[in-house]
Ligand binder design. Structure first.
Ligand code: TGC
Ligand code: FAD
Length: 397
């Protein structure tokens, strides 16, 4: 039987937050408690994305929340981070859906799109009327997206796209896909063709999506392969300000930052469950297992790492608001916070003993989800190499 979440704040972290930041966290927490927690275990069992929450989340301003105008909420980066934290305390799959809609679809339209593209897509995406997906990864190019095979060929006032994308969140229900492709340039070596972004409506002839089945992770999220065979789109669907691999990597910065907060929510859910369970579960001499030093040591490790993760995410968020966050700062927050969240999930599962393996408690679901979160948006290894490059000046990819 799951416990009511108590909240986690060991060092008066909340005193570092503004009233607006606390309000957004409280509102999101209430929504997740009320609408997601009651259904999430069944959705996870069924491998079902809770589509019924899409429009209510739009009404609350969850999509494109850091963008200004176009019907978006204009939150600061810490408000956005707290939103992600509360969503992922519910489930990484829901946070992932919103990360993609916001950071990977609305953000590139906002940052690289024409005014027409912004006016057409952003207000509809802010309400959840239109949904998007982000196609960067390919079957043979994950950590190294620069090697992508997706091609765009100019044909009069159209582009024709050919290629495959893989592991695409929300791929089979998206209305629009942001597709990253190399634009063919006659007379230029293919390895020098420039990566650019395209808005591809998913009902165009030649576009198809097939879902990945048999996932043990992110079961509330839809993950798809995309196939584009001679998909013709108007040249006006090019994101005009996209310019090389740097453009999709800029989108990843937004999503990675959100993940660095989101996983704190998953870690909090695991810690809070383990703490409440340990105080109640009795073994040996009628004493709660929380009275044993080895159990306390695990709980202390968790609360310490969660607290450090909160401070890291907050500082990167404040830097981001000042325009001073480098991608290496975001890599540190993503890598560290996902790593400690996964370890918290494993320790919490251990504290619950056999009960920890069931979905009467949220821990195993979070643990399985976090395995994906460790891999996507740059694996733990890739973030290590980004950080290594940053501090030594030497690339070791
Ligand atoms: P490299 O030569 O290092 O870089 C090319 C240009 O980009 C610049 N750059 C960045 N700019 C902005 N933000 C970043 N994070 C950047 N990283 C690099 C770089 O300075 C360079 O600029 P310039 O001006 O010199 O041209 O490129 P590389 O091909 O060697 O690759 C670098 C590497 C390995 C770090 C990068 O490719 C990488 O991050 N790989 C990981 C791939 C990844 O994270 N994929 C995620 C796919 S989307 C997803 O997983 C969604 S999951 C759903 C959810 O979010 O919930
Ligand atoms: P690989 O790149 O093959 O890596 C395999 C292993 O090799 C890893 O341990 C990696 O760290 C290691 N490795 C690779 N290169 C090096 C190196 N140079 N040095 C040391 N170690 C290395 N992508 C999208 O574009 N859009 C999405 O919406 C999206 N959603 C996803 C949803 C889910 C559930 C998952 C699991 C993935 C999603 N992805 C998405 C793809 C994700 O970004 C990739 O899986 C990720 O970038 C890693 O690529 P890969 O799986 O091909 O692993």
């Amino acid at each position: 039987m799951a416990f009511k979440f108590q909240g986690v704040d060991f060092i008066a972290f909340d005193s570092l937050l503004s009233k607006d930041e606390l309000l957004i966290r409280a509102n999101t927490r209430a929504f997740i408690e009320d609408k997601l927690i009651p259904i999430v275990e069944q959705c996870n069992r069924d491998g079902r994305f809770p589509r019924e929450l899409v429009r209510p989340m739009g009404e609350l301003g969850f999509y494109g929340a850091t963008l200004d105008g176009y019907g978006c909420a204009g939150m600061n980066n810490v408000e956005y981070g707290l939103l992600m934290q509360e969503l992922e305390r519910g489930d990484s799959g829901i946070r992932s859906f919103i990360s993609v809609q916001s950071a990977l679809v609305m953000y590139p339209i906002y940052a690289f799109g024409s005014e027409e593209q912004k006016y057409f897509w952003l207000p509809k995406m802010a309400t959840g009327e239109k949904l998007g997906c982000f196609g960067l990864t390919e079957p043979d190019f994950g950590s190294n997206p620069g090697g992508m095979r997706m091609r765009a060929r100019k044909d009069g006032d159209h582009y024709v796209l050919n290629g495959e994308k893989m592991w695409i969140t929300s791929g089979s229900f998206a209305d629009v896909a942001v597709i990253w492709a190399k634009v063919e340039e006659p007379g230029v070596a293919p390895e020098d063709w420039k990566v650019r972004g395209f808005l591809v409506e998913t009902d165009r002839p030649g576009f198809s999506a097939h879902d990945v089945h048999g996932k043990w992770s992110l079961r509330t999220s839809v993950t798809s392969g995309l196939s584009l065979q001679d998909v013709r789109i108007p040249a006006t669907n090019l994101l005009p300000k996209s310019d090389g691999l740097k453009s999709p990597l800029m989108c990843l910065n937004q999503a990675r930052y959100g993940i660095s907060w989101g996983v704190i929510g998953a870690a909090m859910a695991c810690y809070d469950t383990a703490l409440q369970y340990a105080k109640q579960r009795k073994q040996f001499h009628g004493q709660p297992i929380a009275s044993h030093q080895l159990v306390q040591e695990k709980l202390v490790w968790m609360i310490t790492e969660i607290t450090k993760a909160q401070l890291l995410a907050l500082q990167v968020g404040r830097l981001k608001d000042e325009g001073k966050a480098g991608f290496q700062h975001i890599s540190m927050a993503k890598k560290n916070n996902v790593g400690i969240a996964l370890e918290c999930a494993r320790m919490a599962r251990d504290i619950l003993g056999a009960n920890g393996i069931t979905d009467d408690y949220p821990i195993m679901r979070h643990m399985m989800n976090l395995e994906s979160v460790k891999t996507y948006e740059g694996t733990d290894d890739i973030h290590t190499l980004i950080l290594g490059n940053s501090i030594t000046g030497i690339s070791a990819f």
